[in-house]
Design a protein around this ligand. Structure first.
Ligand code: BG6
Length: 498
């Protein structure tokens, strides 16, 4: 892969895209809006065509109507100009297809006839259990060639064994170099910036280890609850839904060693080393270093919301966790003894995802002793709501009467105000563009998925042995009290300058 293409030049985006699950929630909420934005910005090749596939019988006008409605709901009115909309809709095609029946797949082969010179990207926005069937039927129907790529969504499996089955089934048809496993956190602007920040700035490069960093904190909090996804979520829980993928990917990007270059495999090799070095959980750590929670009824933003067990379709006996906090670590030279505190939950007071790098205190302190608590730099990397990076530093408070009083203040890089003209693209826009260019560095390789599962499986097995119900926390709070105790027992606290 060339570096020039990574910097935005020489990209080839003349593909055809076949989207399985085109009437589903993800396609309507994220994928069509992202494709529309790419088109609006002139990043879709004029020849690119988009084929929607779903089980429902619908004519082309009906399909276009559904996509237009989705765009009107999910794209800002000022970004939805008429000309761009008409151009986008003219790229669309639709075929009704029962994904499990091989006979129907000739519709894709026939649709391909007109675009044979372009690579086809197949996007599977459907349940992972049918990924294998779809890949086989695509191949058997003669719809694929040696340029075709496949994009798959998480969750890939439910544990290591089932993820291996899914990966085997996809791998029987597509080589790893043409499989794009999405973790949409990797497409977020700030997550990308983490790579730039770490590897382009010697200031951080030299400080990024256990000599200078005391601990790392990651919070991924959501206000939403289960949003009608009880069937899926209750089977998964927050560990499988969020930690196995998004949070562990963040840990990888923070903890990995510098890759030799920006090629996909160079980056992914380094991430795999982190996953292999993750501290495993032992039984005696469960009570102390891991907290599982489940929300009860509460109030968020002044509105009452039901508890997890009262959600529509709920199994009222469920022990599934909607919150997890843990203290873990990366057992290697760079990170020896540095705790990584992770927490993520549904129905928290606000939607907030942030990483805090806590630097160590000065070895010898010479200022006012009662200001000692202030004395540590922090790097705050915010993924949402407002993407940005701030470095908390200590300076002298100004004024003749202040002497050498210290003041804590952030050096801000708030992307919205630093780059006011540029719209921050949604993660899916970036990811779709990378698939079209045939670049894999923002996608998850099979061994990453499997090492992440291995680590989670070990924890899930330990939980199952204990069979303890999760701790309760009221919706609208920051999780069970035990998750606060977990970090205070180390003389620390969760960062609270939201
Ligand atoms: C998805 C999870 O992968 O990520 C959802 O399945 C979760 O449960 C979502 O709500 C969060 O994504 P974001 O980008 O809104 O933080």
């Amino acid at each position: 892969m060339s570096h020039s293409s990574r910097s935005g030049q020489a990209a080839r985006t003349d593909i055809d895209l076949a989207l399985f699950g085109a009437l589903g929630d993800l396609a309507q909420r994220k994928l069509f809006p992202a494709l529309f934005q790419l088109d609006r910005e002139g990043l879709l090749d004029p020849s690119t065509r988009l084929l929607g596939l779903a089980r429902q019988e619908l004519d082309l006008d009906g399909f276009k109507g559904r996509v237009e409605k989705a765009l009107k709901t999910h794209v800002k009115a000022e970004e939805l100009d008429r000309q761009a909309l008409a151009r986008f809709l003219s790229r669309l095609d639709y075929r009704q297809l029962d994904f499990t029946q091989p006979e129907g797949y000739t519709v894709i082969r026939d649709w391909r006839q007109a675009g044979q010179e372009r690579p086809m990207v197949v996007y599977l926005s459907v349940a992972a259990r049918i990924y294998g069937d779809i890949c086989r039927h695509l191949e058997a129907s003669g719809s694929l060639d040696d340029q075709s790529r496949v994009v798959v969504e998480k969750p890939i499996g439910h544990d290591l064994a089932s993820s291996a089955e899914v990966n085997d089934a996809i791998g029987a048809v597509f080589p790893e170099s043409r499989i794009y496993r999405i973790d949409h956190y990797l497409g977020k602007e700030t997550v990308q910036n983490l790579i730039a920040l770490r590897f382009a700035n010697p200031l951080f490069g030299t400080q990024w280890n256990q000599n200078h960093i005391s601990h790392v904190e990651i919070t991924v909090a959501e206000q939403v609850g289960i949003e009608g996804r009880w069937g899926y979520f209750d089977d998964a829980g927050q560990l499988r839904d969020m930690v196995q993928n998004h949070l562990l990917q963040l840990v990888c990007l923070i903890a990995m060693d510098p890759p030799a270059n920006l090629d996909a495999d160079a980056i992914r090799d380094e991430k795999v080393k982190v996953l292999k070095a993750l501290k495993p959980f032992t039984d005696d750590m469960l009570g102390r270093d891991v907290v599982r929670g489940q929300y009860t009824a509460g109030t968020i933003g002044g509105k009452s919301v039901p508890g997890y067990l009262e959600e529509e379709g709920a199994n009222t006996e469920s022990h599934t966790e909607s919150f997890v906090a843990m203290k873990t670590g990366v057992e290697n030279w760079r990170w020896a003894g540095v705790p990584f505190y992770l927490r993520t939950g549904k129905r928290m007071p606000e939607k907030l995802s942030q990483i805090i790098i806590h630097f160590r205190q000065q070895p010898h302190y010479i200022f006012d002793p009662d200001q000692r608590g202030l004395a540590a730099n922090k790097l705050v990397i915010r993924l949402q709501p407002e993407e940005g990076i701030a470095l908390e530093v200590l300076t002298k408070d100004s004024g003749l009467d202040k002497g050498m009083r210290l003041r804590r203040g952030p050096l801000h890089l708030d992307f919205n105000s630093a780059f006011p003209k540029s719209r921050i693209p949604d993660a899916y826009e970036r990811l779709l563009l990378e698939v079209m260019k045939g670049q894999q560095y923002l996608f998850v390789r099979r061994d990453e998925v499997e090492h992440a599962w291995q680590w989670c499986d070990n924890l899930i097995a330990a939980w199952a042995d204990r069979d303890e119900p999760p701790r309760r926390y009221p919706a609208g709070s920051w999780g069970p009290v035990a998750s606060i105790a977990m970090i205070t027992q180390d003389g620390r606290s969760w960062y609270e300058d939201y």
